[in-house]
Design a protein. Structure first.
Length: 358
């Protein structure tokens, strides 16, 4: 290669320094001993003392960054991001970019998120406290309604009184159930519900939940079936919580299944070693646009005129499932039914104890 061609491909030190000096980004050049060799105008503006070696902290940070990984640090009242590249002679070139606006935006976002979390926690604490305050007078209403219903101190008189008392009692029990759901949801949200897992017989828990829903299903003309894998393992969890999951899923399934339909509860081991607990129905189904909303508290889907309820059943199922490290999936076809499945992880599965004499 000719000398002229070589010179055309090389920059003189003065020209290189001039180009670096005029650059709009900060540039620092270190020699092989990590001594600062060159700092352009932008770098000197970002790090006022870096060019003469007086700012030991800034120099140490820049030297550490020259090993490769980009990093962010304070430079006075600014935030600076530094990235580096090694040079052939063993030195390094470090590029400085001011990111003060980016850091301020990140901080504003973090502050807003923290405030939202605090507000949500305060809301949950308020609901938990409020429900405790409501339970005492409500239990009194229910208790006195039972006294009147059973005529413990003599007959009521007019037959309509019996209807009124029955309505008071039923309404009180319904309101108490709503308050209990709110209390449970609030306790889970603020992590104050004590979780006491133990070995649970899945089949027995399912049978218990089905017995509790059986009469409601019969009145609605809905058949409830149970399908269980042979020799199901025990589940590590909270029995009351698992039963609550089942009752909420069963109640929803019966409610949205017309006369003559059926509801099926199933439990089966999954390929990954977990357990799938599912409730399927042949009911009216859920539109695809509503599937993401059903786990939001107080959301009611006005499907076929069935908009009663509080919208807490499925959110509570989701929260109780998450308390067990499980997740909930849903499949639904409008007019063809719905299946909600709680997937418990393999870590929640407990082997059955060996049978005696085996």
């Amino acid at each position: 290669m000719s000398d002229a061609r070589k010179s055309s491909q090389q920059l003189s030190p003065d020209l290189a320094a001039s180009m670096i000096e005029g650059n709009t980004i900060g540039v620092l050049v270190f020699d092989a001993d990590k001594n600062l060799f060159l700092a352009n105008r932008k770098a000197r503006a970002l790090l006022p003392d870096a060019h003469n070696g007086d700012d030991a902290l800034a120099m140490a940070q820049i030297a550490a960054l020259s090993l490769g990984a980009p990093g962010d640090f304070h430079a006075g009242d600014r935030w600076v991001r530094a990235t580096s590249q090694p040079l052939a002679d063993g030195g390094a070139i470090v590029i400085l970019t001011e990111i003060t606006d980016l850091k301020q935006a990140e901080r504003a976002l973090t502050d807003a998120r923290d405030m939202a979390r605090m507000a949500d926690r305060k809301k949950s604490e308020f609901l938990a406290n409020m429900t405790h305050e409501l339970r005492t007078p409500l239990n009194a209403v229910i208790g006195f309604a039972e006294v009147l219903r059973d005529e413990l101190y003599g007959p009521l008189g007019h037959s309509l009184y019996h209807d009124f008392v029955a309505d008071i009692h039923e309404s009180g029990r319904h309101l108490l159930a709503v308050i209990d759901d709110i209390l449970d949801l609030s306790k889970i949200e603020i992590s104050s519900r004590e979780f006491k897992p133990r070995a649970i017989d899945v089949g027995r828990t399912i049978d218990s939940a089905v017995r509790m829903i059986k009469h409601r299903a019969e009145r609605a003309g809905v058949m409830v079936q149970v399908q269980l894998d042979d020799e199901l393992p025990n589940l590590r969890g909270e029995e009351h919580g698992i039963k609550q999951i089942l009752l909420n899923l069963l109640s929803n399934a019966v409610k949205f299944t017309p006369d003559g339909g059926s509801v099926t509860v199933s439990a089966a081991l999954e390929p990954g070693g977990g357990l799938a607990l599912a409730v399927s129905d042949t009911g009216i189904g859920i539109a695809a646009t509503d599937l993401q909303r059903i786990f939001t508290p107080f959301v009611q889907l006005e499907t076929a005129g069935l908009a009663d309820g509080t919208g807490l059943g499925l959110p509570l199922v989701k929260s109780l499932a998450e308390m067990h490290d499980a997740n909930v999936s849903i499949e639904s076809v409008p007019g063809d039914g719905t299946t909600l499945t709680v997937h418990f992880p393999a870590t929640a599965i407990l082997p059955l104890p060996p049978q005696s004499g085996a």
